[in-house]
Design a protein around this ligand. Structure first.
Ligand code: ZN
Length: 437
């Protein structure tokens, strides 16, 4: 550990750990607040994005792509220009028009909704995108993955009737709950974020009251403890914010569910009802994990680099005891690849077995292959938490690992028909605590 953590007493600083683990980096030549992702970070990000997209597809969302730029008029209509311009990059003059790096995805999705006529039968229409947006943070406050100028947001907009809002918001909270379970993170608290004083918010008291009442209803029915806080709403509507805390106890918003009557009005969105008339949809904005930058920063700090097995850059390291077992190790790594597991071989040229085991201390699974294992088609498994399920047929071990990974479980191992932590001697639960090697 070469650097001091930025915050005293702070166990995992994602900026330091992110560099050490090869997750991301920054360079003054690229610019402040513009991190790049290194190969292991790209694996984590890709895996996280695929988890989200799959969960969204199962939840009835359809994915789109939309450009990260838009004409200034788009944001004048949405209200960003008058209520949010302090956080936006200045417009670029381009052939007589002005284009802006987008501060949010909402206006693009509103335009996609109205790209053709919509019937009530299509509602709720759930449009999702994991897309780029930009925030003109001052360089003094930029750092790591948490204060950035270029943001990849896990975003979605649900266009629905007033009657459908509560169920859609409830389903969004359930997606958030399931994602947190898979990621091994927890909500510090739920916040009902209401408008405060001042011109930051669009003026329409009736709209704010209705939206806040709907969100309150969702929270009350969910049974989740929450507190209402004024001054934290989006400029267009109130929201439920799911708050997380970092290792230093600082709180930030990861996930949100928002109700918006404003933008449907501004973009003149409508659908044709069962009565043949024109009706205004409600827009529910929701994000399961927020931005991938903040989510990965939080995961690094939460797990100290010991990611849940399904998310780990390397899931299994194969350790041949001597040169004679290297071909067996390579064959096992190949079988992992065929099953979609990410495996690396660390051979004897990388040092003693003990040194290689220590080097791979954040990898969930270590498969040791000595002469005995090679002859029998077995592996000796060691888990990151120190447990040793012991020698077993290689295929059986891979099947069990693949099953846990495929189910997005956070546990490292489970005995058949058993819960986590039973059996196997020195089990000490699932974590990154040290263990004997
Ligand atoms: Zn939105």
């Amino acid at each position: 550990m070469q650097d001091q953590p930025a915050v005293p007493g702070h166990r995992h600083d994602h900026r330091r750990l992110g560099r050490e683990l090869g997750i991301f980096g920054t360079d003054p030549l690229i610019g402040a607040g513009l991190p790049y992702w290194l190969p292991d970070g790209a694996v984590v990000r890709h895996t996280l994005e695929e988890y989200i997209r799959t969960a969204e597809r199962r939840g009835g969302y359809r994915h789109v792509y939309s450009p990260v730029l838009g004409k200034r008029e788009l944001y004048e209509i949405s209200g960003h220009w008058s209520h949010y311009s302090d956080d936006m990059f200045p417009p670029v003059d381009l052939g007589g028009e002005q284009v802006v790096l987008r501060p949010s995805l909402c206006p693009h999705h509103a335009v996609i909704f109205r790209s053709r006529g919509r019937s009530y039968r299509e509602l709720p229409l759930r449009i999702a995108e994991l897309g780029g947006m930009f925030r003109s943070e001052l360089s003094g406050v930029l750092g790591g993955l948490t204060r950035v100028r270029s943001i990849q947001l896990n975003d979605a907009h649900i266009f629905c009737t007033l009657d459908q809002v509560t169920e859609e918001a409830r389903a969004a909270l359930e997606l958030i709950r399931a994602a947190y379970e898979a990621l091994g993170i927890r909500a510090a608290r739920y916040r009902l974020s209401l408008p405060g004083e001042g011109g930051k918010y669009v003026a329409d008291p009736g709209m704010w009251r209705r939206a806040a009442a709907l969100l309150t209803d969702v929270l009350e029915r969910s049974g989740l403890p929450y507190e209402a806080v004024e001054g934290e709403a989006a400029f267009y509507g109130p929201k439920i914010d799911v708050q997380v805390t970092d290792g230093a106890g600082r709180e930030s918003t990861l996930s949100t569910v928002q109700i918006d009557f404003h933008q449907p009005e501004r973009f003149d969105l409508y659908y044709t009802g069962a009565d043949g008339g024109r009706h205004r949809p409600v827009m529910v904005h929701r994000s399961i994990i927020g931005s991938v930058e903040r989510a990965v920063a939080h995961l690094i700090e939460q797990h100290g680099g010991a990611f849940p097995p399904w998310l780990a850059p390397t899931q299994l390291v194969v350790l041949p005891v001597s040169d004679a077992e290297v071909p067996h190790a390579a064959a096992l790594a190949q079988r992992c690849a065929e099953r979609g597991l990410r495996a690396e071989v660390e051979g004897p040229e990388r040092g003693s077995l003990g040194a290689r085991v220590r080097q791979a201390s954040l990898v969930p699974y270590q498969a040791v292959i000595g002469a005995r294992e090679a002859a029998a088609g077995q592996v000796s498994l060691r888990l990151r938490d120190g447990r040793r399920p012991g020698p077993q047929p290689a295929e059986a071990a891979l099947s069990r690992i693949a099953a846990l990974v495929g189910a997005h479980r956070t546990v490292l191992w489970e005995d058949e028909g058993d819960g986590e932590g039973n059996g196997n001697g020195n089990g000490n639960g699932n974590g990154n605590g040290g263990g004997g090697v």
